[in-house]
Design a protein around this ligand. Structure first.
Ligand SMILES: Cc1cc2nc3c(=O)[nH]c(=O)nc-3n(C[C@H](O)[C@H](O)[C@H](O)COP(=O)(O)OP(=O)(O)OC[C@H]3O[C@@H](n4cnc5c(N)ncnc54)[C@H](O)[C@@H]3O)c2cc1C
Length: 476
């Protein structure tokens, strides 16, 4: 290929990860590139999280830690100043604010506009926005062919997989409910128009962040009925809090990543107990562990990773994925007034009960709702993926599941690994797809670094990176 022939790169997925990969390519490229961002279901740039149209859905990370660029930590704060509601807010207050996710989507759209659309006259990097679902990729020594569901075919040199979070796994029995008016299988598509009018009962399957979104929306809409939420442990996300200085963790001279799961868990439990004794929140330990999590995960054996996922992940998630204090207060109030009831039980199956949907659990009588929403969190068993694209790539053997079967197996520089462990000539991946390899690969503080590294790999400017240190999050 001559120096002036643009390298064609298809980026599948137009959420934060895909768009920021394209933006970093546009910022760093010294030679011609033709980028094709393929996205479906929602506007490019917003993705699942920031595509919400509801102002009551807040970010769960404070504004100061939400810059889209790893090398410009205050970028989001500065952008917020361009909006009238934040232009004269004191800096200290703005930094700690939990901004509506819809506004964060506007931020991403403005970055996309500035870097990928406004410079149309710049022939160095051209961007094409392709609306549609990629369903397959074929590779040969010359490049790759991306197939779309509408029959279109795109010839490219490299392919980046940035397909993000998958909808929750199918619930037992839900296969008979696809046409049922009382069943919502994907909680991230609008469900508000299906709300029973004049009260009734809503059942939320899961008690995580998506359930919190739903409860907050029902309150914002002034909906008066009963809400039940069911999950194995019945644990709701905790609130962000103002932490205390706790210099004793990690203990000086101990390499946390070298400890192994058993010793690490014992060390954490001992420090959590000490914090409880002084009436401090033990979640401080989880925050202080974050700069080390990816290295710890990388050093765990597969057996340790599996044990962690089985025995500790639920508690970890509750402490780690916290919510804005004002959101937490609303959920607590919904519980106090009796509108929201939490049930700790394993959900066994769902079935139609006339116009309602019945939820069977492993103990307690079945619950019946006028609307039942599957909010159990993204599907994580990769070999059971419902994405036709990923099913086809696995079948063709041009990607492989990681050892945990949680996502795509990749090398340190994000190049996809083939089933025999060799490096793909064509495919790279980032974002929630890397769960099994990195564990912490979900939120913006991790993804902005990944988007930059993928761009560097594609431009062959790769330098060896330690994981980006996550800024300490007292009061995030
Ligand atoms: C409800 C919710 C709230 C969150 N809140 C926060 C928060 O406050 N702070 C934070 O840091 N993180 C938050 N997150 C984490 C969030 O996942 C990341 O911040 C980030 O948005 C993930 O971006 P992504 O591009 O990797 O994935 P996604 O946002 O899932 O985007 C992937 C995109 O790819 C498209 N796509 C998938 N497959 C195909 C295909 N085959 N062809 C074409 N297009 C395809 C999808 O339709 C989607 O538009 C939240 C997540 C959720 C689900």
């Amino acid at each position: 290929m001559s120096e002036s022939t643009p390298t064609r790169i298809a980026i599948i997925g137009g959420g934060f990860s895909g768009v920021m990969t394209a933006v970093n390519l546009a910022r760093l490229a010294k030679r011609p590139l033709h980028l094709l961002i393929i996205n479906h279901q929602r506007p490019t740039g917003r993705g699942v999280a920031y595509g919400t149209r509801r102002m009551e859905h807040l970010l769960n990370v404070a504004a100061r830690n939400m810059s889209a660029f790893p090398d410009q930590p205050d970028h989001f704060l500065q952008w917020l100043r361009s909006r009238s509601e934040y232009d004269d807010m004191p800096e200290r207050e703005l930094r700690e604010k939990f901004i509506p996710r819809m506004i964060y989507g506007d931020y991403l759209r403005s970055i996309l506009h500035n870097h990928l659309q406004a410079n149309r006259a710049d022939t160095r990097v051209q961007t094409e926005f392709v609306e549609g679902e990629a369903v397959d990729v074929e590779v040969d020594e010359k490049g790759a062919l991306v197939y779309l569901r509408n029959g279109a075919q795109l010839e490219v040199n490299r392919v980046v997989l940035a397909t993000g979070n998958e909808a929750p796994a199918e619930m037992a029995g839900a296969e008979t409910l696809h046409e049922h008016a009382g069943w919502i299988g994907n909680p991230w598509l609008p469900w508000h128009e299906k709300l029973p009018t004049g009260g009734g009962t809503i059942i939320l399957l899961g008690t995580g962040l998506t359930t919190i979104d739903a409860v907050i929306t029902l309150r914002a809409m002034g909906w008066q009925g009963e809400v039940h939420a069911v999950s194995r442990h019945g644990w709701l996300p905790k609130s962000h809090f103002r932490g205390i200085e706790y210099a004793d963790f990690p203990p000086v001279g101990i390499d946390l990543a070298a400890l192994g799961l058993k010793e690490l868990a014992a060390l954490m439990q001992a420090h959590c107990a000490r914090l409880r004794e002084v009436e401090a929140n033990p979640a401080i330990i989880v925050d202080k562990l974050r700069p080390y999590t990816q290295r710890i995960w990388a050093n765990f054996s597969v057996e340790e990773r599996l044990t962690f996922a089985q025995n500790y992940a639920a508690r970890w998630n509750v402490l780690r994925h916290r919510i804005a204090p004002e959101i937490h207060a609303q959920v607590a109030s919904a519980q106090l007034t009796g509108q929201l009831t939490i049930h700790a039980a394993r959900i066994e199956r769902v079935e139609a009960a006339g116009a309602r949907v019945r939820v069977h659990r492993d103990h307690g009588a079945p619950l019946e709702g006028d609307l039942v929403i599957n909010a159990t969190g993204p599907q994580t068993r990769f070999s059971a993926t419902r994405s036709l694209l990923l099913q086809n790539l696995l079948r063709r053997g041009i990607i492989a599941s990681d050892a945990m079967d949680m996502g795509v197996s990749v090398d340190e520089d994000h190049i996809a690994l083939l089933p025999d462990g060799s490096r793909s000539q064509h495919l790279l991946a980032l974002g929630p797809l890397l769960r099994g390899t990195l564990w912490e690969t979900i939120a913006v503080p991790e993804l902005r670094g990944q988007a930059r590294r993928v761009a560097e790999t594609l431009l062959q400017q790769t330098v060896r990176h330690e994981p980006e240190p996550v800024m300490m999050e007292f009061m995030i």
